[in-house]
Design a protein around this ligand. Structure first.
Ligand code: UDP
Ligand code: MG
Length: 332
């Protein structure tokens, strides 16, 4: 029987794609870190359309352990969407997301929860030692966060991942996002709550079994969707390119005209090249202007909240005898 919303304190959401060899170990380590008799939590295992027997292992785990719940997606929707599916079903007052391959070690869970109990609404993590990650992954991830932060204005630290805890208030806001390609790291950062954010440093673990599903193609797709979701700067590139081209072409044309008035000519096709370059510049600017409008449409379609309320003080009691008038009283 599932408990009603408020009675589960913590939800742990884990997306799984072909992780049948890791689930038993993962569940065991989580129980070791968080004994169910001491901490009130549910474990949501999301099977993201695995092609191995991940689902039957999840079902087994659910039958033997009451605090585990399985969610099976109808096909592979990708890490971020699988995570979102689990988050949408979570009932806890705080929700933890982590990977299912032991790279996010369950031994850090008590610390994450403690930082939340101290009043933090977001507890993010930062990996310190990366020897289990490989040089290529560490470097590309470093570059990605730099480019992403510059293009989007949303500062994400290197070493970030989807190993984090968020309070229900943050989750409620996060679920209002309507991005075509969710990028949860960016979305949580975008929501703010910086004054109520703690960061826990951890040592990334070694993948227990199987191999990473993020090959180069998937990594590029991931980076591409994250940037497109959070930045409209590339759409405006045309304006800057156009302004630069036009300025150079214009200067060149002035130079030719001045020389011509002095009775000299620049050899070659100087005036033709100048005019073509100027026209190209104008074309780029117009493309950029189209991008400007397109960026508005893109942002509007995402329907993100226009603001997010962090705290609100107690309502001020009306002074005796000075009851605030209701709109209908004002009009009558
Ligand atoms: N994952 C998923 N759907 C996918 C790919 C990955 O749910 O399409 C899960 C995977 O099972 C793991 C987490 O997302 O729990 C991170 O994936 P992985 O370990 O392959 O990525 P890496 O750690 O190499 O970035
Ligand atoms: Mg991994």
């Amino acid at each position: 029987m599932s408990k009603p919303h408020s009675t589960v304190e913590i939800s742990i959401v884990i997306p799984l794609y072909n992780e049948s060899g890791n689930i038993a170990r993962l569940a065991e380590e989580i129980v070791k870190a968080l004994p169910p008799k001491e901490v009130d939590y549910e474990l949501l295992l999301v099977d993201d359309g695995s092609v191995d027997d991940t689902w039957s292992v999840i079902e087994e785990a659910c039958n033997s352990t009451p605090h585990i719940q399985g969610i099976r997606l109808s096909r592979n929707f990708g890490h971020q969407n699988a995570l979102l599916a689990g988050l949408s079903k979570a009932r806890g007052k705080a929700v933890i997301s982590m990977d299912g391959d032991m790279q996010h070690p369950p031994s850090y869970l008590p610390e994450l929860i403690e930082l939340w109990r101290q009043g933090n609404k977001v507890v993010s993590t930062k990996r310190t030692r990366t020897e289990h990650l490989g040089k290529f992954k560490t470097k590309t991830s470093e570059w990605f966060y730099k480019v992403f932060s510059w293009l989007s204005g949303v500062q994400i630290e290197e070493g970030s991942s989807d190993f984090r805890l968020i309070d229900r208030q943050v989750l409620t806001e996060l679920l209002r996002f309507n991005d075509v390609n969710p990028f949860l790291r960016g979305a949580v950062k975008w929501l703010g709550f910086d004054k109520h954010t703690a960061c826990l440093e951890y040592q990334v673990g070694q993948r227990h079994e199987g191999e990473s599903s993020y090959n180069l193609k998937r990594m590029l797709n991931f980076a591409n969707s994250a940037i497109v979701s959070f930045s409209t700067k590339p759409l405006l590139l045309g304006i800057w390119l156009g302004l630069a081209t036009s300025a150079i072409a214009f200067t060149e044309l002035i130079y030719i005209i001045v020389l011509w008035s002095l009775g000299e000519t620049v050899p070659g096709w100087a005036s033709t090249v100048g005019i073509i370059a100027l026209l190209f510049g104008v074309l780029f600017i117009l493309l950029g202007v189209i991008g400007l409008y397109l960026s508005r449409i893109h942002t509007a379609l995402q329907q993100r909240p226009k603001f997010v309320i962090g705290n609100i003080t107690e309502a001020i009691e009306p002074v005796e005898g000075s009851k605030t008038k209701q709109p209908e009283e004002l009009t009558s």
